[in-house]
Design a protein around this ligand. Structure first.
Ligand code: AMP
Length: 218
């Protein structure tokens, strides 16, 4: 099952993608995670991407498209994948279609996570991530048992630089300017199932499972 999770930053795509992928044994491909790792490792890609990421802008299409094409060519994508955070522009969506068709594949569906801006701002500004295992928390909605400390592995929790208030507004603007049109792009192709991402994480999970089951049958 080849699926894209689409929606604004902070809609909960990453959390839901991790769960859906672990249930199905398929890879969760988050372009944000791959880019952050490249920055942390100081690779050439990381050095070229960092400035864009720090300011909340998109990394240029050519860099991200070739990164995703390489990732999709790996063996673990044979049974499908969930792409989280890609595509983010129409040019990336077109490139994805080409990459898949070159390998004899198609996109089976797009889950659109809808949520309003106020929720996005609250979620992103309260989000904390474990440095060790990557688990996500929220200081108000999903706090860890001990402040600043991961429940799963005891790792230190931190706030992503681009989740700080000054960058969140820019990321939302970038979403509306460059990414939101993809909802109609994929609707026109009959691929979109909408998920109400303003619900609680467990209710969103139920909606995601229902939508994915619909794709399994089709
Ligand atoms: P995310 O974790 O998905 O919110 O991504 C964090 C940052 O990585 C974004 O604000 C962009 O700077 C960059 N990024 C992630 N995915 C893409 C993409 N598909 N195209 C361009 N930039 C991206």
């Amino acid at each position: 099952m080849n699926v894209v999770f689409l929606g604004p930053p902070g809609a909960g795509k990453g959390t839901q993608a991790k769960y859906a992928c672990s249930r199905r044994g398929i890879p969760h491909i988050s372009t944000g995670d791959i880019l952050r790792e490249a920055v942390a490792n100081g690779t050439d890609l990381g050095r070229r991407a960092k400035g864009y990421m720090d300011s909340g802008a998109l990394v240029p299409d050519d860099l991200v498209v070739s990164m995703v094409a390489e990732r999709l060519s790996r063996d673990d994508c044979g049974e499908g994948f969930v792409l989280d955070g890609f595509p983010r522009t129409v040019a990336q969506a077109e490139a994805l279609e080409e990459t898949l068709s070159a390998n004899g594949g198609v996109l089976d569906g797009v889950l659109y996570f809808s949520v309003d801006d106020e929720d996005v701002i609250k979620r992103l500004s309260g989000r904390r991530i474990c440095r060790e295992c990557g688990a996500n928390y929220h200081i108000e909605f999903m706090p860890p048992a001990k402040e600043g400390c991961c429940d799963k592995c005891g790792g230190e929790l931190y706030q992503r630089d681009d989740d700080k208030a000054e960058t969140v507004g820019e990321r939302l603007k970038v979403y509306y300017r460059q990414t939101a049109d993809l909802v109609d792009y994929y609707r026109d192709r009959g691929l979109v199932a909408e998920v109400d991402a303003s619900l609680s994480p467990s209710d969103v999970q139920a909606e995601v499972e229902k939508a994915l089951a619909g794709l399994d049958r089709s």
